[in-house]
Design a protein. Structure first.
Length: 463
């Protein structure tokens, strides 16, 4: 028996032979030789145990297939973009807003070179970090001053630490939101050393509630955008203008975490009105903060705009060293803001192109995809659907869309797993036994890849 086992063990190819095989070369190029070597060593070790237990040694082509499968399982979507067919335009788990081509080009040029990130070229001395992007934001919004940090949660934390540490911040109970990943506004306040003073109720808050709460320990009045839920029915909330009047009586600042960072009028696209950054500043907010990768359509960043006296204090705090941005964020953000200044945001920024896309355009793309799939023997039809903006913006609102409904040729969980492990990965919605492909959130340049991936998955029935 030992002789038979040894005979089978001698059939195992060496790692070097595996690495030289033609079939493994695409993986070597994609994952690097080092990662393929690790996967080959582990796979061969597993097979060696099985053979030692009495199994026959599989042929080399099957061994290579196991190595390929192992790599795909260990490194799903390895350094690859993802096709977002979910219908969620700003999908937080898929990186929110894609950058414009101009922002990508600026990012490539600047990140591959030295850049005056924190260097004053006129004087030849050290300067403020990312001042160019901040000046562009001021030019766009009319704010006195601007500051950019690595995300909006960091922006809120910095504002509270600098402006209200060991004192009270007054906030409506209806705005005590929890954002993605379990982060809660009250928790951020606690970490910043600020005492949260809740006023009003979940659905009803009036200016008198704030007025009655103001005392000698009050540091600021705060308003938080309800980014991922909507209150309907018997509701009342206090706007920035009202808060500013009250704050002026007590010499207090008004801070508004507006969240979504809308700079365009959302009602122009068939959506309800979303408070814009410009409106918040015009209504008197002393400090406004929001995300760079939501409706702004730029890179992940926390953008703070407002009165120079407050922004200067934020800029000088030691915490800035921890949450500052790098040159890549500065470059991408600057290029994104330029689109707004040049009145081309709808034509250039992907998130706005998706939101503005008409049904006729989406219908044409959906029909082309469905026809290609049906020609390959895959059941597909175009039907009506609804897309969401997502990403903590415009909750409870949808956009009409056209969906390609696909009936997979085998078990739907296995089929969608194949789609997610494709190159590039394809993420969809599932309804009953049907896969839904919302073409609004798919970048048009990826339509052909989407069809290819589904055809390939349909042909792979060995699960």
């Amino acid at each position: 028996m030992n002789t038979d086992i040894n005979k089978e063990l001698r059939k195992l190819p060496s790692v070097e032979k595996i690495l030289e095989a033609v079939q493994i070369q695409p993986e070597t190029e994609r994952y690097t030789r080092a990662l393929v070597t690790q996967a080959a060593q582990q796979t061969l070790a597993d097979i060696r145990k099985q053979v030692s237990g009495g199994d026959n040694c599989p042929p080399e082509n099957l061994i290579i297939r196991r190595i390929k499968k192992s790599l795909n399982q260990q490194w799903p979507g390895f350094q690859s973009p993802v096709i977002n067919a979910t219908g969620v335009v700003l999908h937080t788990n898929l990186g929110r807003s894609p950058l414009s081509q101009e922002a990508v080009a600026s990012l490539a040029e600047i990140s591959g070179n030295f850049y005056g990130l924190e260097y004053d070229l006129p004087t030849g001395k050290r300067g403020a970090r990312a001042v160019e992007a901040e000046k562009l934001l001021c030019a766009l919004t009319g704010a006195e001053s601007a500051l950019v940090v690595n995300n909006n949660a960091a922006a809120v934390l910095l504002i509270l630490v600098v402006m209200a540490r060991n004192k009270e911040a007054i906030l409506s109970r209806g705005e005590l939101v929890q954002i993605g990943g379990g982060f809660r506004v009250p928790d951020i306040m606690q970490q910043s050393g600020v005492i949260l003073k809740e006023v009003g109720t979940t659905n009803q808050t009036y200016i008198k509630d704030y007025e009655e709460a103001v005392n000698g320990d009050t540091a600021l009045l705060m308003k938080v955008h309800r980014s991922n839920f909507a209150l309907r029915g018997f509701t009342s909330e206090v706007g920035v203008a009202q808060l500013k009047k009250l704050a002026a009586k007590h010499n207090l600042p008004v801070v508004y975490d507006i969240g979504s960072g809308a700079l365009l009028n959302t009602e122009d696209f068939g959506l309800e009105h979303e408070s814009t950054v410009q409106e918040a500043l015009a209504e008197g907010a002393d400090v406004v903060c929001f995300s760079g990768d939501k409706l702004l359509g730029g890179p992940q960043a926390g953008i703070i705009l407002g009165k120079k006296e407050y922004i200067n204090k934020l800029r000088k705090h030691p915490l800035m060293r921890v949450i500052r941005i790098d040159k890549m964020t500065a470059a991408a953000l600057g290029a994104t803001v330029k689109h707004y200044l040049q009145k081309e945001a709808i034509d250039k920024i992907p998130v706005w192109k998706m939101i503005a896309a008409g049904l006729e355009e989406i219908e044409s793309r959906a029909q082309a995809v469905a026809i290609s799939l049906k020609e390959a023997g895959i059941k597909a039809e175009v039907c009506d659907g609804s897309s969401t903006v997502g990403g903590g913006s415009l909750p409870d609102q949808t956009l009409p869309t056209r969906i390609v409904a696909v009936k997979p040729p085998y078990q739907i969980e296995n089929f969608t797993a194949r789609l997610r492990q494709a190159q590039p990965p394809l993420v969809t919605r599932i309804e009953a036994d049907t896969i839904l492909l919302d073409m609004r959130s798919v970048l048009p340049s990826l339509d052909e890849s989407l069809v290819r991936i589904i055809k390939t998955a349909a042909a792979e029935t060995d699960l």
